[in-house]
Ligand binder design. Structure first.
Ligand code: UD1
Length: 421
């Protein structure tokens, strides 16, 4: 398995292009299952999770072709041969559950393997299932699969999510586009990826109102057509690279970034003493002098501070002048990076969902292990600021969510390289 070697201590200066959003692309791709006509996605990120979703779609008989070096995905579901999403693929990636709503809505039946838990928490799919049941789906959970049917098709319903789940909102939204009548989703998630999905579905002919607010109204239509859609910028990749000059010092322009994607996160960076300005091409981030200030952070659904930036923010706060309290309110087990950061000299005390981080003057390079996607990049950020060498092993997690991380960072002066296993 590959590792990443980082020699810390270089300030970063330059520009970093930000890719299309992994999490948007992973929900836009299954939208192809709703229509016989082609769906073309541009600005797609080149990531292993995207390859896994392509593999899943192909296993259903869809066409999924990566073009222009992977930046364009040509999808078509005119000739589906199966409504069975097999465990062998689903187990690789939880987002696979997003094929359930579209398959059920178009074909009146689907069998999708339950994705199971993952390192950062149990992550059940009960909210996905309840929303589809409210639309008339009959569900039977057996042999590790959801067997779903809707012989007369799905029908519009009023449904309130007990928690504003991103994936459950996406599944319900896609299913409702082909349901008979009106669906009202209350306490829906408001993430930019959901707004992006709604825009794409609307381009395919869906009637949707209210995306980006907590109430989304969908008027079902008989059929959806094709579309070409540009995937929204990845706000998590953006936030991660905004943290790079924050932790090392220097100035980096994140191309394609905008404040509306990272509001709550940017506010915390600002409180930490980081300068952020909007430019014509994106966001410029600079740390000019001294240590960063300690800040308290609590993760929340959008528009709050994203859980997917918590690990990276922790890396920054490990070097802050003072004590910060980080509260993780979305996932129950998302501090696995803390013991790894402590191997680098960080002072962190984890108790339940709260981590208390007392900044140290300088982290020290060490061999560390990536435990999940965002944890792996937080260790790279820490390595960039640390004295000496850091080797991050098990970086296959990283390749699920960050394209060309070494190239992007070394273009700004970082000393970072991949060591092939
Ligand atoms: C999506 C993102 C992930 C991000 C998360 C929260 C994708 C592919 N992934 O994941 O990167 O960290 O949003 O912003 O878009 N829950 C239930 N029952 C359900 C569904 C969720 O209890 O049926 C719980 C989960 O266990 C978790 C919380 O709700 O504790 C948030 O999950 P959710 O918003 O659904 O996240 P995902 O869509 O899985």
């Amino acid at each position: 398995m590959d590792s990443i070697l980082v020699r810390g201590g270089q300030p970063l200066n330059g520009e970093i292009p930000i890719a299309g959003a992994k999490n948007a692309c992973l929900t836009l791709m299954p939208a192809t299952l709703l229509s016989e006509e082609p769906l073309t996605l541009t600005n797609a990120p080149r990531l292993s999770d995207i390859a896994t979703m392509s593999e899943l779609l192909r296993s259903l008989g869809a066409e999924a072709t990566a073009m222009q070096d992977g930046k364009v995905l040509a999808l078509s579901s005119h000739n589906l041969s199966s409504q069975h999403a097999d465990y062998d693929i689903v187990r690789k990636m939880r987002a696979s559950i997003l094929v359930l709503g579209p398959l059920l809505a178009r074909f009146g039946q689907a069998e999708v393997s339950l994705p199971g838990g993952c390192a950062i928490g149990a992550r059940p799919v009960d909210l996905h299932l309840k929303a589809l049941e409210a639309m008339g789906a009959k569900l039977d959970l057996r042999d590790g699969y959801v067997h779903a049917t809707a012989p007369q098709g799905l029908r519009g319903a009023q449904f309130r999510f007990a928690f504003a789940s991103v994936g459950a909102t996406e599944n319900a939204l896609m299913a409702a586009t082909l349901a008979k009548g009106t669906t009202v989703l209350e306490n829906a998630a408001r993430e930019p990826e959901i707004v992006d999905l709604a825009r794409c579905l609307r381009a395919m002919g869906a009637q949707i109102d209210g995306e980006g607010t907590s109430t989304i109204t969908i008027e079902g239509v008989d059929r959806l057509g094709g579309a070409t859609h540009r995937v929204v910028t990845d706000r998590i990749e953006l936030g991660t690279y905004m943290l790079a000059p924050a932790i090392t010092g220097g100035e980096v322009e994140c191309l394609g970034g905008s404040m509306e994607l990272v509001g709550a996160f940017a506010e915390k960076l600002h409180d930490a003493g980081i300068e952020i300005s909007e430019t014509k091409r994106g966001l410029k981030v600079a740390r000019k002098n001294g240590r960063v200030n300690a800040v308290d952070v609590a993760t929340e659904p959008f528009p709050g501070f994203p859980t997917d930036l918590q690990a990276q923010m922790m890396a920054l706060l490990c070097t802050a002048d003072g004590t910060s309290v980080l509260e993780e309110k979305i996932f129950e087990n998302r501090f696995m990076h803390a013991p790894e950061l402590m191997r680098m000299g960080a002072d962190i005390d984890v108790s339940g969902g709260t981590a208390t981080v007392t900044g140290v003057e300088r982290l020290k390079g060490a061999p560390v292990m990536a435990t999940d996607l965002r944890a792996s990049v937080s260790l790279i950020l820490a390595g960039l600021a640390a004295e000496g060498e850091t080797v991050v092993s098990r970086v296959y997690h990283l390749d699920r969510g960050y394209e060309h991380v070494e190239t992007k960072l070394s273009a700004c002066g970082a000393q970072i390289e991949r060591i092939a296993a």
